[in-house]
Design a protein around this ligand. Structure first.
Ligand code: PGA
Length: 253
């Protein structure tokens, strides 16, 4: 049976930015989305944890879903400062990003831990956005595909499905730098990821969404989102302002 082409996802990762006043960007985005009419992609914002509950309340009945940027692997317990996936679910989050390169670097998170976090997300009923991507040094050594392959192998478990998991390819050197790979390079990596997903999950592998992330902005969104096997974007800096984020979403309008 031919797998259905996945519905794209445009996800905003606000990282450690924003406060209660940032709700005005949500409102502005909602207004723009309403004016745009039928939306052929899903729209997600992952604000800092402090804003999740408030943003869920503010986006009820809109086309904007709210997610988180990380979760702990356990359901509860003595883990000061951490947040369980179940707690995110409890306040209305739908997605959680796991294994972002900033967490892999700042908190020494390895792929095994990333897998347990994604499994925690699934246990709680959240969709996990699993991030992979090579550093500049790895790219220069020509080991991009090797690195990504190892990250996928370690970060994904056998129970992962196209419904409970989204993959995000984010070259570390493209994050927040204004630099992006060429569409040809993106196509090559996304095709390799697709191939590995199909090898591992069979037909189901064709339905996983594979997002591109790293310096996506309104001016390059059409080109990047048009690449084969790119099923949406994970957007950092340009997701903070409704106008820019909507400019990226517009690649699908
Ligand atoms: P950027 O970040 O869009 O600011 O490059 C992307 C990300 O880290 O998810």
């Amino acid at each position: 049976m031919a797998a259905k082409k996945p519905k794209p996802l445009v996800a905003g990762n606000w990282k450690m930015n924003g406060g209660k006043a940032s709700a005005r960007e949500l409102k502005s985005l909602d207004t723009k989305l309403k004016k745009a009419g039928r939306l052929p992609c899903e729209v997600l914002i992952c604000p800092p944890a402090t804003l999740i509950e408030g943003f869920v309340a503010k986006t009820r009945g809109t086309k904007i879903a709210i997610g988180a940027q990380d979760c702990h692997s356990r359901e509860n317990g003595a883990h000061t400062g951490d947040i369980a996936a179940e707690m995110l679910k409890d306040v209305g989050a739908k997605y959680v990003i796991v294994g972002h390169s900033e967490r892999r670097a700042d908190h020494d998170e390895d792929s095994k831990l990333v897998r347990t976090k994604a499994e925690a997300a699934h246990r709680a009923g959240l969709t996990a956005i699993v991030c992979v991507g090579e550093t500049e040094a790895e790219r220069d050594q020509g080991s991009t595909l090797k690195v990504i392959s190892a990250q996928l192998k370690g970060s994904l478990g056998d129970t992962f499905t196209a419904k409970n998991t989204v993959i995000a390819y984010e070259p570390v050197w493209a994050i927040g730098t204004g630099r992006t790979p060429t569409p040809q390079d993106v196509a090559k990596v996304h095709a390799a990821i697709r191939k590995r997903l199909i090898t591992r999950f069979g037909d189901e592998g064709a339905s996983f969404r594979i997002l591109y992330g790293g310096s996506v902005k309104p001016s390059n969104a059409v080109e990047l989102m048009g690449v084969e096997n790119v099923n949406g974007a994970l957007v950092g800096g340009a997701s903070l302002k409704a106008e820019d984020f909507f400019g990226i979403i517009s690649a699908y309008l």
